[in-house]
Each structure stands twice: as C-alpha cells, then as structure tokens.
Design a protein around this ligand. Structure first.
Ligand SMILES: [Zn+2]
Length: 358
C-alpha cells in the first residue's frame, strides 16, 4: 500500500493533502492497514500525457520489441505514463500486458500517399483506397487514425496537400462511423481548410495555421499538437534541402520562424493545444517536460501548459486523472509545477498502476 502526502493536484484548482493507493487504485479514504503503507511526499500530478509519440519506430522504420521497450521506459522515466501513439508500423500490443510500462492509445499505422512520407513508415496508397485503409486502421487502433496530410512534393519542390477534399471527407466519415477520431500530420497552410471542413478531429504540428484557418479550427474545436521540440529541427532539415528544393527549404524556415506566434495565436483563439514530442521518428523519447517548457515559451500560461499534458489532455483522450478509483498513475515532484513547469524535468517518484517505479 502506498500513501502519497503533500499536495495532490487532483485538478488545476482542486488540491488535496493526501491520497492512498489500494490494489493499484486511488482512494481518498484512509484504508484499513494504512499504518503499513509506504509514504511518498511531494507535489503529485496525474501521469503526464505525451499526445504525439511513436513507440516501435525509429528513423529507419519498425524496431524490435527490446528497442520499443527502451523507448517506453524512457517515456516512463520522464513521467509520461499515457502516450498517444501517432502512428507506428510495429505491433506493440504486448505492452498492454506490462503493468510497468506506460499506457498507449494507438493510431495504427500512418496512411500516406506513395513516396510522400518517410520510407518504411506508412501504408502508401492512392486516394481511391483511403476509405478502406482508414476503416482498417480504425478497427485495429485504439480509437485514432493518422493521416499524412501534407509532405514535400518533389515535382512541385514544396510542401503540398496529399488528399483531395472528397477522399478525406469520405474517409473521416467512415472513421467516425467506426467510433474513431482522425488526425493528420500537416506542416503547411494548404491542407488545413479542407481537412477541417472534412471533419478532422486534430492536426499534428499545425505550423501552417494562419489568421484565416485559426477561426475555423476554433469554431469546430479541432485540437492541435504542435510538437515544438520537433519543429526545432526545421532549420537543419531546411539546410539539407537548399540545393535541390530551395522553395521547400525557404517554406520550412518561414514556418519555423513564426512557430511560437502560431501556437500563441491558436491558444488565444481558444483552439485546444496539447503536449506531444514526436519522439520515436528522429527524436529521443522522454522529452515531455521540454515540450511543456516550449509551450510556455510560446506564451501559453504555465497552468494551461501543464493541463495540456495532465488534466486537459487526459480528458481529451477519455482517460481518468486522480479521481477516486482511478488507476494510480501519478508523478511526484519536489516543488509546485504550477509555479514553474521546469519542475517537470526531474520527477521525484513515478507511480504506475500503484507501484513506485522510479
Ligand atoms: Zn510523428
């Protein structure tokens, strides 16, 4: 049995003095046998959410189970105990049976156009097949489907949209019929209006938001996961494209330069913004605290940036926080993370399914 004492941040304003963990679940009543409990002291938050990462994937494609396990452990050590996997070619279902690894909400395998995404990652298909592939991934995922909405078009020498509006609309309707939500990777401006009007639920990266599309997202409640720690790599990507694709490189630099303004404008308009690191393609796992700090740097108030990886993110994903009876997935810190989100970088204790893991 575990006794967490100090300040328990059940909600942004709902702070309690203690909780108990009985059989892996949270209890606010003092249970029988409490004197025997192991005590953990500090500021407790619900297990952090990384709403965009990839377990079972590196820059070459699928990885083996041992590598996937290391990735999941790196996330866990950073306090990220709920991951929305934004596309992976690996079957990581075995992780669901491991009480010591983070919980994963999968989006199946990425769906892209042929030669319009990183090799070995995606189902690469034409628009005529989109509905069928989306239905397939909706059935085998955990309620999300991931599209690649735009990518470099080598003939155009720039980012261009991947899916005609009608194909996207039919595919998103099919996903919704099957009870799944749809998200899309989008760097550029062009693909956004069509995807939102086609009914999409979320956009990853969303660097191409403008004053034209921001009100549309806000009105429809379409969330974004900016992945600023990944956007930080745009200048080096751009440098690699200067010789062959100068227009693309210049475009990537512009998107990078205005990244904080874009995120801040989206937040100010009321667009739901969530924390995601994009770990697993190129970036290392375990960067969730860095991404929260980036959102604050973009101008999102600390409490809302914190909610974007805790209370708000969990509500959006339909998972519990620290309520009575919920699985005891929590992270304990030395100081109040609401006062300074940099506290998140050094968890004192990680508790997963009621067990002190780190
Ligand atoms: Zn990604």
């Amino acid at each position: 049995m575990l006794h967490v004492k100090g300040r328990v941040l059940v909600g942004p304003q709902d702070v309690r003095d203690e909780l108990w963990v009985v059989d892996g679940r949270i209890s606010y009543g003092r249970p029988a046998g409490a004197d025997e409990a192991v005590t953990v002291t500090g500021w407790a938050l619900p297990g952090l959410v990384d709403a965009h990462c990839h377990v079972g994937l590196d820059h070459h494609g699928a990885v083996d189970a041992a590598t996937s396990e290391k990735q999941a452990i790196a996330d866990r050590e950073a306090g990220a105990l709920l991951l929305r996997d934004a596309g992976s070619p690996s079957d990581t279902r075995w992780i669901d049976d491991r009480e010591d690894l983070p919980k994963i909400i999968r989006a199946g395998r990425h769906i892209a156009r042929p030669r319009r995404y990183t090799r070995n990652y995606a189902h690469e298909i034409e628009p005529d097949d989109l509905v069928a592939y989306v239905a397939h991934e909706a059935r085998r995922s955990d309620g999300w489907v991931k599209l690649v909405g735009d990518w470099i078009d080598r003939e155009a020498g720039d980012l261009t949209a991947c899916w005609p509006r009608e194909a996207a609309e039919a595919a998103i309707a099919e996903a919704h019929r099957l009870g799944a939500r749809v998200t899309a990777h989008c760097f550029a401006e062009d693909s956004l209006r069509d995807l939102v009007e086609a009914g999409i639920d979320c956009i990853e990266h969303a660097t191409g938001l403008t004053e034209e599309t921001i009100p549309l997202f806000a009105e429809r409640g379409v969330a974004i996961v900016p992945t600023l720690v990944n956007i930080a790599t745009f200048p080096s990507l751009a440098a690699g494209g200067d010789a062959k694709f100068p227009r693309w490189s210049a475009h990537m630099r512009r998107l990078h330069e205005r990244r904080y303004d874009t995120v801040r404008a989206a937040y100010d308009a009321g667009i739901p913004v969530f924390v995601g690191t994009d770990a697993g393609g190129v970036l290392a796992h375990g960067l969730v605290a860095d991404e929260v700090a980036e959102l604050v740097k973009a101008g999102i108030p600390a409490l809302d940036a914190l909610s974007a990886t805790t209370w708000g993110a969990r509500q959006w994903l339909g998972r519990p926080v620290l309520e009575e009876g919920a699985p005891a997935d929590l992270v304990v810190y030395d100081e109040d993370p609401r006062a300074d989100v940099r506290v998140l970088a050094a968890p004192r204790r990680v508790v997963l399914n009621g067990r002190v893991i780190g």
